[in-house]
Every structure is written in structure tokens, then in C-alpha cells.
Design a protein around this ligand. Structure first.
Ligand SMILES: Cc1cc2nc3c(=O)[nH]c(=O)nc-3n(C[C@H](O)[C@H](O)[C@H](O)COP(=O)(O)O)c2cc1C
Length: 255
């Protein structure tokens, strides 16, 4: 439940809080009765959220209140999509057996992908730390309270000519990833850790069968969500100037 007892989906969901008919931004505190004491706030500074939304792969197993999951999914559904087709669908996996099923397969493909490239414990480079964290996630995936499967309706990209369209179309990645990013930002805003993962693609057919996902949809991302063990911090990225050109490629943006 949210502060005043209304469903979180009514907040910022096009409905009004005061019955006036006008849409209001969601900036008030949100607290769950079931959250074991967690208090989270919405309406934090957008740029602070953007600058500190990084992959949080070490998660507590403490449950995440339904109200927050609903709010996160609502944020996903606010994303843009081609022709406003809104091709997304969400599968919230909380069942312990189902999470273990996913973890076993995710871990197996991660191990295969990593092969001999496991970093030595004394390697503290960013890529080694990243790999260790990714492996930790694979080992502990089932301990995350929520594994969110973000699905996308299958649709051939324009660039694939009709005569080349064979088998199932891929899920509409371009129109689903904005929703994925909104979800990551919403998690961060609510103090929840999350990571965009795609290793499930290596066992997607089996995955769709296991969760009865119809042929109309594919799984675009698997996002483990939970309260983080570590702290949020700034993302490490190239400086914008390094990747920005003015008027023609190669002409630097002036200082
Ligand atoms: C398309 C895409 C696929 C990704 N797949 C995985 C994945 O399968 N497993 C994983 O641990 N992280 C995955 N990531 C997360 C990236 O590794 C991560 O965002 C990147 O290294 C930057 O680190 P940061 O998010 O901590 O800033 C993926 C990110 C993107 C955008």
C-alpha cells in the first residue's frame, strides 16, 4: 500500500489523486506495509539517478514489496515505442523453483561464455571486477527476490525484406529497450539494485517453453531486482566530448 492507501498504479498512471482530472507528477514518499521497514522516495533528482544507475549484481534476498514492483513496471510502460505499439509484456518470477531453474541455466551459459577467461583474484582492473560481479550474479541469481523477464512482441525489422523472413521474427528490441532503461532508472530511484542481463538468449527457446511464453513474444531482458548489498555509485563512462562530433564526423565539440 502507498501512503494514502491507494494503489501505486493510480499514482502517475493517468488518474488523479484529487479527482481534479489533471495529471500530477509522482513526488511523494512511498512506503510499503510489507517492506520490513524500507522507506523509499520517489521524485529524486533525475540526473543524479541517471548518473548513478549502474549494474548492481550483489543483492540481498529480502523481499521487494509488490507496490514497488508495480511502480517499476508502470515506469517501464511509460517508455516510447515505435508507433506507440507498446510491444512489452512483463513476467515477474518470484517462485523459488522457477528462479532456481533460471539460475542453473544462466550459470551454465555464463560459465561457457567465460571459459578460461576467469580473472585472477589479484586482478583489480575494472573489467576483472566486472567479470567477478557478473559471475557472482550467475551463482546467486536465484537468491534475488525478483527476476523480471521483459518480453517484447515479435516483429520483423523494416530492413529485413519479406522474402528473407523465415521462422520467428525477433522480439522488437528497439521498442522494448526504452522500457528496460526506464525500469533500471525506476529501480535506482526506489533504492533497488538491478542489472540488465541478456545471457538468457542462449536458452531462450527452453525459457519460453518453461514459462509458457507464446511464440508472439520473445524475452528481451532478464532483470534481477533486489535491495543492494553494496552502495550505488557513479557510472564509469567515456566523457561526452570524446564521443561527440559537431557538424561533421571528426570535428570535435568545442570546449
Ligand atoms: C545489451 C546489454 C546486455 C547486457 N547483458 C548482460 C549480461 O548478460 N550479464 C550481466 O551481468 N550484465 C549485462 N549487461 C550489463 C553491462 O555489462 C553493464 O551495463 C556495463 O558493463 C556497464 O556497467 P554498469 O552498468 O555497472 O555501469 C548488459 C548490458 C547491456 C546494455
Amino acid at each position: 500500500m502507498v501512503g494514502n492507501g491507494s494503489s501505486p498504479l493510480t499514482v502517475g498512471d493517468g488518474e488523479t489523486e484529487d479527482g481534479s482530472g489533471s495529471r500530477k507528477p509522482t513526488t511523494r514518499p512511498i512506503q510499503s506495509e510489507k517492506d520490513g521497514g524500507y522507506v523509499t522516495f520517489e521524485g529524486c533528482n533525475l540526473f543524479e539517478i541517471i548518473d548513478t544507475t549502474r549494474s548492481m549484481r550483489r543483492l540481498k534476498s529480502d523481499p521487494v514489496p509488490d507496490a514497488l514492483i508495480e511502480r517499476i513496471i508502470a515506469a517501464g510502460t511509460r517508455a516510447p515505442s515505435g508507433q506507440n505499439t507498446q510491444p512489452w509484456a512483463f513476467l515477474v518470477v518470484r517462485d523459488a523453483t522457477a528462479k532456481r531453474w533460471l539460475q542453473k541455466r544462466y550459470f551454465a551459459v555464463m560459465q561457457r561464455a567465460m571459459g578460461e577467461r576467469r580473472p585472477s583474484p589479484d586482478d583489480h582492473s575494472p573489467s576483472a571486477r566486472n567479470m567477478r560481479a557478473a559471475l557472482h550474479l550467475a551463482e546467486h541469481l536465484h537468491e534475488a527476490p525478483v527476476l523480471l523477464l521483459v518480453c517484447g512482441a515479435r516483429d520483423w525489422p523494416f530492413a529485413v525484406a519479406a522474402e528473407n523472413r523465415r521462422g520467428l521474427a525477433p522480439p522488437s528490441y528497439g521498442s522494448t529497450f526504452p522500457a528496460v532503461q526506464n525500469i533500471l532508472l525506476a529501480c535506482r530511484a526506489l533504492g533497488l539494485g538491478a542489472t540488465l542481463t541478456t545471457m538468457h538468449q542462449m536458452f531462450e527457446t527452453e525459457l519460453c517453453e518453461r514459462f509458457e511464453i507464446p511464440d508472439t513474444h520473445g524475452v528481451v531482458a532478464l532483470i534481477p531486482i533486489g535491495y543492494p548489498l553494496g552502495r550505488f555509485g557513479p557510472v564509469r563512462r567515456k566523457p561526452p566530448r570524446e564521443v561527440t562530433h559537431l557538424d561533421r564526423w571528426g570535428s570535435p565539440w568545442p570546449v
